[in-house]
Design a protein around this ligand. Structure first.
Ligand code: NOJ
Length: 745
């Protein structure tokens, strides 16, 4: 029998309306929704409760096997409370109507989607965007993504991915913020706040989902979905902080990861979901699994069968089963057998319903369904302009010999390479609803400039991204010979990074490097423009190209943004957030390594080194050039000795010594020289991005407290230890000045 909740709800809302004012997202000291949630819960059958704990993909798109069809019936039966991969107002409205009008209680559906770096207006991939170190820009891109998604019927993004990674073989590094927990935590906060804003009172914010909890960025050998095995100290010091920052920023949902942690798959890890997530970090939102990751606990050898896996997940603290249908099929049985308590189910359903209330879906299930808003928001000119701006801010200048860049207006250009005229790959991996054909390519952008500025532009593809075919080389070399300068746009296809896209060789695929060699052989300066989703290795190019520009996948307005950088309309300011190795054999490679008992010495044998390659990377963390130059005066520290209550003030004067204005990311690192456990040789603890006109100086001031010097000590308490520290500042993680201070009790 159909008992629509709407008359009941209208009454409830009337009774409770005086009590209910929407709180800031994530802030729930007194719970204004509790009585409403409980009133709905009281009307629900056990099957309907389990339905709320179930999410399915629609058959529109899928990122894995769709193991369940006929989702419309699931909605009607109340056996599915959320859907993903359904978007646009027209489609979500149709599905919501089934839920509201045809299911017994009419509980509205939640629509989720992987809006990772934009809904339709695509921003740079998150790894690229992180290189801007521009938290306001990162927040803005998430806010625009939220506004477009919300206008297209969506309530929830499965983002941000906050997994720290030091593994460029792992394809999903493109989705994160790189290798550093300090920067990663700030970016996690910016992205969560960008998606969610302060509350869901309006119609332009969506739920964030921090993922993948936890440690997914450290798969052994860089192979996606592989085992993760790390010390608890490493987990707490390096991998956990960005999730904690996202939770503290109020993220309303979190996704379990596919991997195990110390032998226990995250989806069945009670310690992780109950103790760390809820008790230690006070997370009050709901936990969704990753795609079929309950079922996968059988393959892990942690559960005997799906039913057992469902019991482990429910008892560990999972609230919502993504795509596995395990809860739907077995949870009732497990409750009847007393293995899972109905109280556990009630708690999970409460958390889910509460968020539906927070979003305002019980007041208006069609709140996010407005065609006029969809039309106005999606691909709006302002959004596209922001995409261009944020793309420029994400582009890292890696090499610029003899001031090859910026390009001189009027000089003829030979534009070559498989990605030069490519639009489809610009949106990069995980671009969901993005439309590659609506991107503006580098060729499109340079053609426009050539028409306006009157220079000669020729174009030849040269070769494909992958494959051995070199038949296009001669055309490329011919146009190169006739030009003043060669711009070669090379890299990965968007399918080469992202989920299930690990690579053992992180070189330029196919014959692209060979093409560059032939172009360099012409004697003309070659500017290499890279498009890729991970750090690549290209030692020959690093040595022989005149200039190298790492653009990542720059999104809908990538071409114009790259044009702005190449012509100096934008002075590059980004810096790497992941170390670029010289060779894959150095991986994992990261700036905050430990000294070891036998620190690196290239001149002797018996130390921590390779026989066949130096230890240093091709490009270190924090590295990036500008069209201007900056000098650093000597680093000043306010004192020599500090108590635990003192503030350590470090300052350094930066001057723009070049002839154009530019932005510098000034970085501050610390080293704890002796600890109860060994400490990294440096750890980022602060940065500031300063814009300076030619000749202008600025004194950049950093303030640290003992909390910034804290870590998980020998007994695993998080605290600073007294002793000597280095305070270091500079333009990247290698070129640092240092001062020694002491922390005393
Ligand atoms: C699997 C991915 O690991 C996850 O990040 C994503 O959100 C889900 N599929 C849903 O598409």
């Amino acid at each position: 029998m159909r008992l629509s909740i709407w008359p009941v709800l209208a009454l409830l809302l009337l009774i409770n309306s005086c009590k209910t004012t929407a709180p800031a997202a994530g802030k729930q000291t007194a719970d204004p929704y509790l009585s409403q949630v409980d009133s709905v819960l009281a009307l629900m059958t056990l099957d309907e409760k389990i339905g709320q704990m179930t999410i399915f993909t629609t058959d529109w798109e899928s990122t894995g096997p769709t193991i369940r069809e006929g989702y419309q019936n699931d909605i009607r039966n109340g056996s599915c409370g959320a859907l993903f991969n359904s978007h646009t107002v027209a489609f979500t409205r149709k599905l919501q109507e089934i839920a509201v009008k045809e299911s017994r209680l009419g509980i509205p559906l939640l629509f989720g989607y992987d809006v990772i770096h934009g809904y339709k207006t695509i921003f740079p991939i998150p790894l690229g965007e992180s290189c801007s170190w521009d938290l306001a820009a990162i927040e803005q891109s998430a806010a625009i993504a939220a506004a477009e998604s919300a206008a297209a019927g969506l309530h929830w993004t499965f983002a941000p991915m906050v997994d720290i990674s030091r593994e460029p073989r792992w394809g999903r590094v493109m989705e994160g913020a790189g290798e550093d927990p300090y920067l990663g935590s700030l970016i996690a906060r910016a992205r969560v706040h960008g998606f969610q804003g302060d509350n869901f009172n309006g119609t332009d914010r969506i739920l964030a989902c921090i993922k993948h909890f936890a440690g997914y960025g450290a798969p052994i050998a860089g192979r996606d979905y592989n085992t993760v095995d790390m010390s608890m100290r490493m987990f707490r010091d390096i991998y956990l902080p960005p999730y904690e920052a996202g939770i503290a920023a109020g993220a309303r949902t979190i996704m379990t990861s596919f991997n195990e942690l110390d032998g226990v798959p995250s989806t069945g890890n009670k310690w992780l979901l109950n103790d760390v997530l809820r008790k230690e970090n006070g997370f009050t939102g709901f936990v969704v699994t990753d795609y079929t990751s309950i079922n996968e606990m059988v393959n892990h050898g942690f559960a005997a069968d799906d039913k057992h896996a469902g019991e482990l997940a429910a008892n560990a603290g999972v609230d919502m089963d993504m795509q596995g249908a395990v809860f739907q099929r077995y949870l009732k049985e497990s409750i009847a057998a007393g293995i899972v308590s109905e109280k556990t189910v009630d708690e999970a359903v409460r958390r889910i319903l509460r968020i539906k209330f927070e979003l305002g879906l019980f007041k208006d299930p069609f709140k996010y369904c407005n065609e006029a808003r969809e039309k106005a928001q999606v691909f709006s000119p302002a959004h596209l302009e922001a995409a261009r701006d944020i793309a420029r801010k994400s582009i890292v200048l890696l090499k610029n010999d003899n001031k090859t860049l910026p390009l001189t207006k009027g000089k003829s250009i030979a534009l070559v390479g498989p990605l030069a005229a490519d639009r489809e790959n610009l949106i990069g991996a995980w671009s969901g609803a993005g439309e590659g054909d609506k991107c503006v390519s580098v060729y499109d952008a340079l053609k426009e400039r050539a028409a306006k500025d009157g220079f000669k532009l020729t174009h030849a593809k040269g070769c494909a991204i992958q494959g051995e075919d070199t038949s296009g080389f001669s055309e490329a070399v011919n146009i190169a010979r006739d030009a003043d300068i060669i711009v070669a746009v090379v890299g990965e296809s968007k399918e080469m990074s992202g989920e299930a896209s690990s690579r053992a060789f992180i070189t330029l695929p196919g014959v692209q490097e060979q093409l560059i060699k032939e172009l360099v052989a012409t004697g003309k300066p070659v500017v290499v423009v890279l498009m890729n989703g991970r750090p690549l290795t290209f030692p020959w190019i690093a040595e022989h190209a005149a200039a190298i520009v790492e653009t990542w996948w720059t999104g809908s307005r990538g071409g114009p943004a790259i044009g702005d950088v190449l012509y100096g309309d934008y002075n590059p300011s980004a810096k790497l957030t992941m170390t670029f190795p010289r060779d894959v054999g150095q991986v994992p490679i990261f700036y905050s390594y430990k000294n070891t008992g036998r620190p690196y010495d290239p001149n002797t044998k018996w130390n921590s080194r390779y026989q066949d390659i130096v230890n240093s990377p091709q490009y270190p963390f924090g590295f990036g050039l500008s069209y201007t130059t900056f000098t650093y005066d000597s680093l000043k520290v306010s004192g020599k000795q500090y108590s635990f209550k003192d503030t350590i003030v470090a300052s350094v004067k930066i001057t723009n010594t070049g002839s154009v204005k530019g932005e510098e990311i000034v970085q501050l690192y610390v080293r704890d020289l002796v600890g109860s456990v060994t400490r990294p040789v440096k750890e980022l603890k602060g940065f500031e991005k300063v814009m300076l006109a030619p000749g202008e100086s600025k004194n950049v001031i950093f303030k640290l407290t003992s909390k910034d010097l804290a870590f998980h000590t020998a007994d695993m308490t998080f605290k600073a230890e007294p002793g000597a520290f280095w305070i270091m500042a500079g333009p990247d993680s290698e070129r640092l000045q240092k001062r020694e201070i002491r922390l005393v009790e």
